[in-house]
Design a protein around this ligand. Structure first.
Ligand SMILES: Nc1ncnc2c1ncn2[C@@H]1O[C@H](COP(=O)(O)OP(=O)(O)OP(=O)(O)O)[C@@H](O)[C@H]1O
Ligand SMILES: [Mg+2]
Length: 252
């Protein structure tokens, strides 16, 4: 049997030799990763390691990215972000970015723009999001900016789901949230995984990420320096060494 992370093993999302950066600044150097259907994989690394840049490049939102990003075998590198989204990759960026002045329902409908053209499918999509996040029930007409941070993260995730993606990229979904809301978000992530979604999640909290994911990649200086099963990496002291490094107290 081929190892889960091995190439050619029917991964939904396959990234190889990915290079990305900002203008003349090269940030991501030859990243390769796999995410299969029904699998949650995490991407770890300290501040500035290149996690967000990797996510942006996979989603087509980092101009000039090179290499290979395949979704269900189809290469999408170099396509406009909207076309990458239409191919089945959805990114929920850091900091639950939604339209705070629009209602919950309007935010969700924006996510449906690419794929769901008939209103019945849109209503069905909204019902699915509310089923996933009961905290949003009855609040479709509420202005999203009035929601708590965790509820806004639910709307951001819901907006991404409205496009019926095959692969979901989540950049620090639990950042700044109270523990109960983190549980709600991760509970939803697990239900999506069980339904066959391929999920790639960036987190700063090593324990949280390894608990949610079956496999993990660890980045340093724009490269993957460690990868393996979460269970195995949980007992590998190198993970903390790379992720925490010498910059532990910088944020406190
Ligand atoms: N818009 C930008 N223009 C130029 N350089 C950038 C830009 N965004 C990020 N960088 C640089 O790219 C590098 C990687 O940043 P990135 O945001 O990918 O890291 P990260 O691993 O997501 O970090 P964090 O954990 O802090 O979110 C950093 O050195 C950063 O300064
Ligand atoms: Mg980041």
């Amino acid at each position: 049997m081929t190892a889960p992370g091995a190439p050619g093993n029917g991964a939904v999302l396959t990234v190889d030799g990915l290079h990305a950066g900002y203008g003349a600044v090269a940030v991501v150097h030859g990243v390769a990763l796999r995410v299969h259907a029904g699998e949650t994989v995490c991407l770890l690394g300290r501040n500035g390691a290149g996690k967000t840049t990797t996510m942006l490049a996979v989603a087509g939102a980092c101009k000039g990215a090179r290499g290979s990003v395949r979704i269900d075998g189809r290469d999408v590198v170099g396509l406009a972000p909207a076309r990458v989204a239409a191919a089945g990759i959805a990114l929920v960026p850091e900091g639950h970015r939604i339209f705070r002045g629009l209602s919950v329902g309007e935010n969700l409908r924006i996510g449906a723009f690419l794929r769901r053209r008939d209103s019945r499918a849109v209503r069905q999509g909204i019902a699915e999001v509310i089923d996933l996040f009961p905290a949003l029930r009855g609040r479709e007409h509420q202005v999203a900016g009035e929601l708590s941070g965790g509820e806004q993260q639910m709307v951001a995730l819901g907006q991404a789901l409205m496009a019926s993606p095959r692969a979901l990229l989540l950049d620090e979904p639990s950042a700044g949230l109270a523990p109960m809301l983190v549980e709600a978000i991760y509970g939803a992530i697990e239900r999506l995984r069980q339904r066959g979604m391929a999920i790639l999640v960036v987190e700063q909290t090593v324990d949280r990420a390894l608990a949610a994911a079956s496999r993990a990649y660890v980045m340093e200086g724009g490269r993957i320096v460690l990868e393996g099963d979460s269970e195995q990496l949980r007992h590998d002291g190198r993970v903390e060494a790379v992720v925490l490094g010498g910059a532990v107290s910088a944020d406190s």
